[in-house]
Design a protein around this ligand. Structure first.
Ligand code: GDP
Ligand code: NA
Ligand code: MG
Length: 370
């Protein structure tokens, strides 16, 4: 049910963008920020459960990546005969695939090709040097193995320009990040490596500038496995260092060596679970540690956030509806091109409002149980 609500809202956003109206309603997004190489891409990949992001030690993420995860039910199991027929006809939908907004209709089932396309399109818009661009790459991943979430990956905060990067690269990246996290309905995933002092966390510092109460900031502590023996993040988790209302989640991603030896994400997740379950400092709270808990927490926070913004979203939709109805009326009988477009939008909004009301009415008990 929760996923249905979010999917409906994603659909609205989609529908609007096909007729050239972008972000009619300011929907919540989860924005991933932190220092370069803090582990942002690794966290995102673990949440998706697939390898698909370009990674490296330099500034690899050079444009915002708006990543929409869409949970779709696995294909219903059919009888052997049906399955055979499906195969013969070659009509079977892939189980998971990615699709870029700039290549509508092109389904990527090979996630290596997704990575290549991200690199290609990044270079096409920013050149091969270490330049950055605020122009986002929009990617959707459809899969039965993800929770329905929208995530934004951003270039990492960096101090010193490298190569022929502009002198003000730090400011450029900061401005780009601030633009995304200032939106009051963005949820900030502030990634910090556990083996650096939390007080020096660039991500947390920026998050605090725009969210001083810590009301929409989640702390993610990476590289917990790389901490010195005898040290742990228990004080941080308990809110005794820099408290965040939404708390911190410690994770263990693949290290560089795991990536070089192509350790699978599943193996990595198994290793992560074993790490927390067997570690003296974490084993009593292991269910609150690791990537699966982070993913569940994100979905819950997103639902809570949507519930809180429902009245505003509803008002905006009603205003948009009134505007399009008025526009349609002025077009009169000689409805030409423009009328067709307005009509599409009107239909979409009307359909959405009905669906929206049904979902909210049907699920008010579910939603209030947070
Ligand atoms: P980003 O620049 O913030 O996107 O960081 P990446 O995800 O690309 O990670 C940077 C480097 O840190 C890579 O070599 C990763 O393998 C490594 N890394 C990330 N998270 C962890 C972790 O939890 N444990 C270990 N050991 N290495 C990690
Ligand atoms: Na990196
Ligand atoms: Mg990255």
């Amino acid at each position: 049910m929760d996923a249905t609500l979010i999917r409906t809202i994603n659909r609205l956003q989609d529908a609007f963008s096909t007729v050239g109206v972008h972000n009619p309603v300011d929907l919540p997004q989860i924005v991933v920020i932190g220092s370069q190489s803090s582990g942002k891409s690794s966290v995102l990949e673990n949440i998706v459960g697939r390898d698909f992001l370009p990674r490296g030690s330099g500034i690899v993420t050079r444009r915002p990546l708006v990543l929409q995860l869409i949970n779709r039910a696995a294909a219903a199991s059919t009888s052997d005969d049906d399955a055979k027929k499906d195969n013969e006809n070659d009509k079977k939908e892939p189980e998971e695939w990615g699709e870029f907004l700039h290549q509508p209709g092109v389904k990527y089932t090979d996630f290596n090709l997704i990575r290549e396309e991200i690199v290609r399109d990044t270079e096409a818009k920013t050149g091969k040097n270490a330049g950055i661009s605020p122009l986002p790459i929009n990617l959707r991943i459809y899969s039965p193995h993800v929770l329905t979430l929208t995530l934004v990956d951003l270039p990492g905060l960096t101090k010193l320009p490298v190569g022929d990067q502009p002198k003000d690269i730090e400011k450029q990246i900061r401005d780009m990040i601030v633009k995304y996290i200032t939106k009051p309905n963005s949820i900030i995933l502030a990634v910090t490596a556990a083996n650096v002092d939390l007080a020096n966390s660039d991500g947390l510092r920026l998050a605090r500038d725009v969210d001083p109460e810590g009301a929409r900031t989640i702390g993610v502590l990476t590289k917990v496995d790389l901490m010195d023996a005898g040290t742990d993040v228990v004080d941080i988790l308990a809110g005794r260092v820099i408290p965040l209302r939404l708390g911190y989640v410690p994770v263990v991603n693949r290290g560089q060596r795991d990536i070089d030896t192509k350790k699978s994400i599943n193996k990595s997740l198994e290793g992560e679970r074993a790490f927390f379950e067997n570690h003296a400092a974490y084993k009593s709270k292991a269910q609150y540690c690791g990537t699966p808990y982070l993913a569940r927490k994100l979905n819950m926070i997103l639902m809570h956030h949507i519930r809180n913004t429902l009245p505003e979203i509803k008002a905006k939709i009603q205003a948009a509806l009134a505007k399009y109805v008025a526009e349609l009326a002025t077009l009169g009988d000689g409805m030409a091109e423009g009328a067709g477009q307005a009509n599409i939008v009107l239909n979409i909004i009307t359909e959405f409002c009905t669906e929206f009301r049904t979902i909210i009415d049907g699920n008010s008990t579910d939603l209030s149980s947070f």
